[in-house]
Structure formats: structure tokens, C-alpha cells
Design a protein around this ligand. Structure first.
Ligand SMILES: NC(=O)c1ccc[n+]([C@@H]2O[C@H](COP(=O)([O-])OP(=O)(O)OC[C@H]3O[C@@H](n4cnc5c(N)ncnc54)[C@H](OP(=O)(O)O)[C@@H]3O)[C@@H](O)[C@H]2O)c1
Length: 284
């Protein structure tokens, strides 16, 4: 989901990009990492890793796979990128936090993941910065975009079949549109900032319930057919148990990026409208 939008953003800026993906490039294969380090894919200035194990609930029963892809792989990629003479950019997550803080999390805030996925991504951060302290670790959150599975897409599918939905209201985060995240990541890299952690999430906080309502509203205004009016009932997390525990508050402060002169992401409703416009209603 993010990888395809990042490639599109860099090509839009006429920056030369080599997009590597399975099955040709498997970031867990030593041969692929060796080829990257040896310059067989060119002489990159940056290597950005958008690959990960992203099935948050499934990770609870597949910790080995999650740790391979989210912890060991970024460390090895950071090594290979350094050998290729490139800076490395790793994507991480708001799920490194336990959500017990009242306000917005900055980059120095205490981490305490609640899930296997969060723990694996946190270890990925540590391994990345150990392999290359000059790397960037960009934490983001609640992604949605036209090219992958996401909560807003699931909600649109559910809405078209049902006039009443139940959505969790006691979790709050920063929904992030992948096209806008790609813009911010490119801006950040072009500033050549010091190595370390950066929070790169959407500019507004919202609950899953609020995000569901605003997604449906955007689709309705854009002429999508679905039950209207629709009832979106707010429910507590306790009524929607999932294998992986999620933080109740994972709002990420954009302040560090803002101080570097990076424009915060567009308002959420604008992002949702653009997202819906780029979706094919028959292909949810
Ligand atoms: N989605 C969110 O809400 C969210 C929130 C916060 C942070 N993040 C982070 O943001 C980043 C991008 O997430 P996303 O949602 O765009 O992920 P995604 O759509 O699941 O894409 C991850 C990609 O990595 C590929 N991949 C898996 N193993 C690989 C390997 N060994 N070598 C090469 N590629 C491999 C996957 O291919 P297959 O599909 O073929 O396995 C998939 O295409 C990840 O680091 C994620 O942890 C995501």
C-alpha cells in the first residue's frame, strides 16, 4: 500500500527510482541483500523499506514470521544500504506505544508495545539504528490508500451491504493517507536530516468510529450508492475483541518534522475524498 504510493510520488518528482518487490526481490534472502550492497540495483542515495509483516492480529500466532520481517529484515537492509553508500529509511508504527499517555506522543516518549506486531516493529527500529545510526525511522499510523487493505476500505465494503454498523470508539489515533505520507517521506529525505526517529502521521486525530463515519460521508457525497442514512453505532473495544491488543491513544506529534519545515499532511476529509475518488466501487 505505501510502497506503490512512495514510488509514484518519487516518479512524479522525476527522481530516479528502482522499485524492488517480491518475487524478484526478497528482502529476507541474503543473495538479494548482497546484490543491493554490491550496487547491482544501481548506486542509490536512499533505500526506503516499505516491506513488512502487517497482519497485526495474525502476528500473535506467527511471532517468528513477524520478527523475521519486522525486526531482523530491517536491520539487515540497513546494513546492506550502508554498504551500498545509501542512507536508509525504515517505516515503523504507533503500535510501539501502550497508549496510556494522555497527550500526543513525541519521538522521545517511552515505548511499550502491547502486541507481537508492535514488539517486532520496535525491535526493527532498534536493529535499524544499531546497524546505521544515520538511518531514519519514520513512525506512522492507521494507513489507508488506494492500493491495499485498510480500515476505510473495509468500512466502505460493509456500508454497501448494511445500513447499521458497530465501530470501536475508545481508540484514538492519526489516520494517515499513504499519498500524503509519501509526500512527507520524500520531503524529509530531501532535507537530509540527522539520523533517528521521526513521527510522520496524519494531521488530525480521530477514533475508528469517527473515521468510519467520515469515510462513509465522503463516499456518499461523491455519489456512491449505499444505505442512507446509515447508523454507525459507537462501541467499546471490549465489545470487539481482537487477538492483538491495540493502544487506546496513539496520537503521534508531527512537531519534529514541522520544525524541519515540512508541511503537515492535508486535512483528513480532503484525504478521504481523494482516497474514495481513486477507488473502484466494484473492486472493494
Ligand atoms: N497499514 C497500517 O495501518 C500501518 C500503520 C502503521 C505503520 N505501518 C507500517 O507501514 C509500512 C507499510 O505498510 P503497508 O500497510 O503499506 O504494508 P503492506 O501493504 O502490507 O505492504 C507490505 C509489503 O511487503 C511485502 N513483503 C513481505 N515480505 C517481503 C519480503 N521478504 N521481501 C520483499 N517484500 C516483502 C508484502 O508482500 P506480500 O503482500 O506479497 O506478502 C507487501 O506487499 C510497514 O512498515 C508497516 O509496518 C502500517
Amino acid at each position: 500500500m505505501l510502497g506503490s504510493d512512495l514510488v509514484a510520488e518519487l516518479r512524479r518528482r522525476r527522481l530516479p527510482v528502482v522499485a524492488l518487490d517480491l518475487p524478484d526481490f526478497d528482502a529476507t534472502e541474503p543473495g538479494c541483500l548482497e546484490a543491493l550492497a554490491a550496487g547491482q540495483y544501481g548506486k542509490p542515495e536512499w533505500v526506503a523499506n516499505c516491506a513488512a509483516y502487517t497482519a497485526v492480529d495474525q502476528a500473535e500466532s506467527e511471532p517468528d514470521k513477524a520478527f523475521l520481517l519486522n525486526a531482523r529484515m530491517p536491520g539487515r537492509l540497513a546494513e546492506a544500504a550502508k554498504r551500498a553508500g545509501a542512507r536508509f529509511l525504515q517505516i515503523s508504527t504507533d503500535f510501539v506505544f501502550d497508549g496510556h499517555a494522555d497527550g500526543w506522543y513525541d519521538e522521545a516518549a517511552h515505548t511499550n508495545p502491547l502486541s507481537v506486531y508492535g514488539a517486532s516493529k520496535l525491535e526493527g527500529e532498534v536493529r535499524t539504528l544499531k546497524a546505521d545510526p544515520n538511518a531514519l525511522v519514520c513512525r506512522t499510523a492507521w494507513l489507508f490508500g488506494p492500493n491495499g487493505r485498510s480500515f476505510p476500505r473495509t468500512i466502505l465494503r460493509a456500508w454497501r451491504n448494511r445500513a447499521a454498523l458497530k465501530v470501536v470508539v475508545d481508540q484514538r489515533g492519526c489516520p494517515t493517507y499513504t499519498a500524503e505520507l509519501a509526500r512527507v517521506l520524500a520531503d524529509l529525505a530531501l532535507k537530509n536530516p540527522p539520523g533517528g526517529i521521526y513521527h510522520t502521521a496524519g494531521s488530525e486525530d480521530e477514533t475508528w468510529h469517527g473515521l468510519a463515519k467520515r469515510t462513509i460521508q465522503a463516499a456518499h457525497e461523491l455519489g456512491w450508492h449505499g444505505p442512507w442514512p446509515v447508523v454507525v453505532e459507537p462501541i467499546p473495544t471490549a465489545e470487539w475483541p481482537t487477538p492483538a491488543e491495540r493502544p487506546a491513544n496513539s496520537r503521534l506529534s508531527f512537531e519534529k518534522c514541522r520544525r524541519l519545515g515540512i508541511r503537515p499532511m492535508a486535512p483528513l476529509d480532503d484525504c478521504l475524498r481523494d482516497f474514495v475518488q481513486r477507488l473502484d466501487p466494484s473492486d472493494l
